[in-house]
Design a protein around this ligand. Sequence first.
Ligand code: G3I
Ligand code: 9MR
Ligand code: ZN
Length: 540
Amino acid sequence: MNGQGPRNIAVNQIGYPKNFGKIAVIANDSGIFHLVDDRLGEIVHEGNTTNPVMDHVAGVSISHADFSSWTTPGIYHIELNGRKSASFAISEQPYEQVHRGLLRAFYLFRCGMELEEEYAGKWTHQACHTQEGIVYDDPSRRLDSCGGWHDAGDYGKYSGPGAKAVADLLLAYELHPQAFYQATPIPETDGKIPDILHECRYELEWLFKMQDKQSGGVFHKLTTKYFPALNIMPEKDRDELYFLAVSATATGCFAGVMAMACRIYKSFDPEFSQHCLQAARRAWSWLEEHPDVRGFRNPMDVYTGEYGDDMDLDERYWAAAELYRTTGEAVYHTTFLELARKAFPKYELGWADMGGYGTIAYLLNDSFEVEQELRSSLLNGLINEADQSIRHSATDGYLISLAETDYIWGSNMVVMNRAMLLLLAYHFSGQKEYEACALDHVHYLLGRNVLDISYVTGYGDRPVMHPHHRPSVGDKIDDPVPGLVAGGPNHGLNDDYMMEHLQGKAPAQCFIDHQDSFAGNEVTIYWNSPAVFVVSHFIK
Ligand code: G3I
Ligand code: 9MR
Ligand code: ZN
């Protein structure tokens, strides 16, 4: 680590691809900056920063040091008025390792099997949560519940969030297959099927178990009644597991992701692919039989994550779009067209608002006829979202699209979701501004932010060290489990630790690297997954 205390020159602590823009962001200073080659100890480039401008979201005055013209590969840092930035690379391929780390994180999130040293390094643990779960609404039923990924810093497993994570990873593979040629590696690595598909299958196999065989609906979640203490390793968490009620949001997400999986796995494993489709169709029937259902709520005696969401049109819209893209059957198209006329967010990629995945599936559907007018209006809408991100990023000190109100619980998901949409806009339009703006969002995640912190554990000069993540707290290893994306600044200060330590801070500074801060410093699979998507674009 390059010194303690705040550094006012923020860079992407991993590095910059050599043929893209390169800017360091400086807080409360300006003047002539130097780009110094670490190995030679020599100044290789100098320039003037821009004039300082106050940024209220970051809570500092900002200037930029632009060294885009410097393209020689190497390890560098920036100096300004006697102060230094973190060291970073300029290279053709700076993100290969962090990309693999972000993907390996899913292996490290696995539940129901032993994590072995060969793949997990020092972050091994015994098999956990292998027992049957009790159906909460009919305790006489006990069902196999084993497998999948832990959701987050807790050991719950939630269907909708799991589906979002798989959807991002499958989209990453679909749009950027070249990023997944190399092995992660994981136990299933076979040189035939890309590891990312093996990893997603681990979650999909668990998701099958979340489908109620009696109704075809999907249980909202599988958790204990209470969160275990923060230092409990997964294999020591032995409370009863419950399958909580079927919900429309979980069932819609399930149908969407299974229809998607049917397509992606078809050429690798036709049998598995068919199994996914059958499961998706059954879930769809449940949705048709239940047009009007209330959103999921935790029963009085259950205190784990709720993921409550009263709006299920977006999940139905996603399911319809995927089933149509996969089968070409009119019934799905008709329902999609009906849903598309209704009002709900169509470009969001959150655990609650899944409409963006429906829009993306419709836009990417090149196998079956789509309604051209609707397609163009959805495409315009997507481009419009991306244009707004570009406009906002140009006014933001740290060059990202988040407005003051976007610094919420899991703001780093907002950062990565915006970058995803920008890359989709690039995919459809070919305009490089979208790609460049997406990369600016990566720079923020990896250190170019007012706190000079890399929000990915294990990667960067000053990464998050104390995530609210039970294995990282309980394993007696100093380094946290690597490759995990922390939630990020949250001006809602929704936990006691934040409340106590961050009062009055500017939104982008509402973050503290402490294990008790679950509303800022927890990690989740669905904050990692959009990061995998985005970074995979920059792997050649
Ligand atoms: O969307 C609204 C926005 O419109 C409003 O302006 C803003 C003002 O506070 O709030 C936004 O909603 C926030 C929402 O996250 C956004 O996704 C809520 O305030 C905030 O409370 C909510 O936090 C969720 C949190 O659970 C509490 O319910 C997080 O998204 C969600 O990621 C988190 O999930 C937990 C699980 O329950 C348990 N496992 C860990 C996981 C991560 O912390
Ligand atoms: O550890 C829990 C975390 O995974 C959740 O996101 C968070 C919000 O639901 O809750 C955490 O658990 C805390 C609980 O809500 C309050 N008491 C302290 C718990 C952390 O040890
Ligand atoms: Zn487990």
